[in-house]
Ligand binder design. Structure first.
Ligand SMILES: [Zn+2]
Length: 260
């Protein structure tokens, strides 16, 4: 399912399928000045191909290799659409790791990228590293309109769900960096247009700093990761359980313990 929303010069392609809907998930690709930012998930391939034929783009920018953002890079390649993506992202897409069932069922499994993509760059859209969410994670900055496409940098204020490789401290620094830039608009890949823009990024940075401090104090007092997760992070929800801990609140406590 693709729902098209217009925000002046920006189009949001809000996408989901039945299983993502049941899991309460959706993801958005964006379009600005005929450039696509991210390309939805593998199961949406046929629908996304129709969209790209109806509304052609000059090129695409892909923020990171997670399958809900980069799931149709092989399709872009087949359609001859040039793509900008970081070398780490390209390497991950060339050899996708097998996904656990909850991700396969929600988004579908990506096909490996067949050879290098045709490179793309737009001088007005900067692909900026933001590696707190994943080592290859980037945001897209449009200085001409003060618009930040924040990919998975924001997601919401009180987000504790983490992958094992996430770095909450890095995410906090990145949020503060973008607060200083003061974007007029922030488009999140999951939340859509973020009300309050820079103010919302600031609120999240403050919450993260406080939570990192509280978890670090508990670690220093000798509390276990599980106990910290129960007492400070709200325990584990359904996602933590169905992912067998791959995407879980306990990973936040582990990251703080590891100094990330
Ligand atoms: Zn992601």
């Amino acid at each position: 399912m693709i729902v098209r929303e217009s925000y002046g010069d920006v189009v949001r392609y809000h996408t989901w399928n039945r299983s993502a809907r049941i899991a309460g998930l959706s993801v958005s690709a964006y379009r600005i000045r005929d450039v696509l930012i991210d390309c939805a998930f593998p199961q949406l391939r046929a629908e996304f191909a129709v969209l790209l034929r109806t509304e052609p783009v000059r090129g695409a920018i892909v923020t990171h290799a997670h399958e809900d953002h980069a799931g149709n890079v092989p399709l872009l390649q087949e359609m001859g659409i040039p793509v900008q993506l970081a070398p780490d992202t390209a390497a991950a897409l060339a050899h996708p790791a097998p996904l656990r069932a909850y991700r396969r069922l929600t988004w579908g499994s990506p096909r490996p990228l067949g050879g290098p993509v045709t490179p793309f760059a737009d001088p007005t859209l900067a692909l900026a590293p933001a590696p707190g969410h994943s080592p290859d994670h980037h945001v897209v900055w449009d200085a001409s309109t003060g618009t930040l496409f924040s990919a998975d940098l924001f997601l919401g204020v009180k987000v504790r769900l983490s992958h094992a490789y996430e770095s909450p401290r890095t995410t906090e620094q990145e949020l503060r960096r973008w607060v200083a830039v003061a974007p007029a608009r922030v488009f999140c890949a999951h939340r859509g247009l973020v009300p309050g823009a820079a103010k919302a990024l600031h609120t999240k940075a403050e919450w993260l700093a406080e939570m990192i401090g509280r978890v670090a104090d508990a670690v220093a007092r000798g509390e276990s990761d599980r106990a910290i997760t129960r007492r400070l992070l709200g325990g584990e929800d359904r996602t933590g359980i169905v992912s067998f801990g791959e995407y879980a609140n306990v990973n936040f406590a582990r990251a703080v313990r590891a100094g990330r």
